[in-house]
Design a protein around this ligand. Sequence first.
Ligand SMILES: CC(C)(COP(=O)(O)OP(=O)(O)OC[C@H]1O[C@@H](n2cnc3c(N)ncnc32)[C@H](O)[C@@H]1OP(=O)(O)O)[C@@H](O)C(=O)NCCC(=O)NCCS
Length: 208
Amino acid sequence: MNVLWDAGTSIGRVAPPKLEEPVLLATFNMPSQFYIRLRRTRQLDASARATIVELCTAAHQADFSHLFYDLPADGLHFIAFFDEQIVSHAVVTTRWVQPERRPILRAAYVDTVATLPAYQRRGYGRAVMRELTANISAYDLACLKADRTAFFEQLGWERWRGPRAGRSGPELIPTPDQQNIMILRLARTPPLDLDRRLAIETQAGRIW
Ligand SMILES: CC(C)(COP(=O)(O)OP(=O)(O)OC[C@H]1O[C@@H](n2cnc3c(N)ncnc32)[C@H](O)[C@@H]1OP(=O)(O)O)[C@@H](O)C(=O)NCCC(=O)NCCS
């Protein structure tokens, strides 16, 4: 469903389509000890949350202790296990983006893509991203802020070349420093001009 900011429509009143229920996923070309589970944020207990925070902190070498304060309850986590240890992770939340002169799009916004350093370069990160992509077809578009653009380009993601901005009510906040905003076209994605402006609705504490 497309809505227009300019028409004064409240984004909060647009009911998102229901995503698939969390399932245990089989993966191809992976050792049998490797599997991926989908879980909503609200389904993660304190132990799983702490492990994901530790994983993200180790992979990004940054403090992620705030992660579960910022995530909505319906965040969709892709959690990869090897021998029952969490080794890789990504999370999808719903955000709203608007390409210049286009309707607002419901975006699957991807955060905290991370693999434990000791388990990197085994294909786990790619496996997580592939499963993630297979589970976001109800969205209009996928979007993320990349630290490693090459990793995502190999998976079909494209860097947004045009100006980036945050939208807070009627106000547009330019974000020229954000060079690594990437999008993934999905089945529902309309034609896009990557050289025009892309605006995202701001969140408490962050724009992108
Ligand atoms: C980016 C990141 C998530 C990738 O996770 P990963 O599990 O290592 O990913 P993969 O193994 O699927 O692929 C990573 C690389 O390993 C290579 N690789 C995959 N399997 C391999 C194998 N069996 N042997 C050797 N190399 C392999 C891939 O070709 C890829 O190489 P490239 O990125 O140089 O092209 C991980 O490096 C990470 O956590 N980085 C820190 C946080 C970060 O930057 N996150 C992403 C940006 S938000």
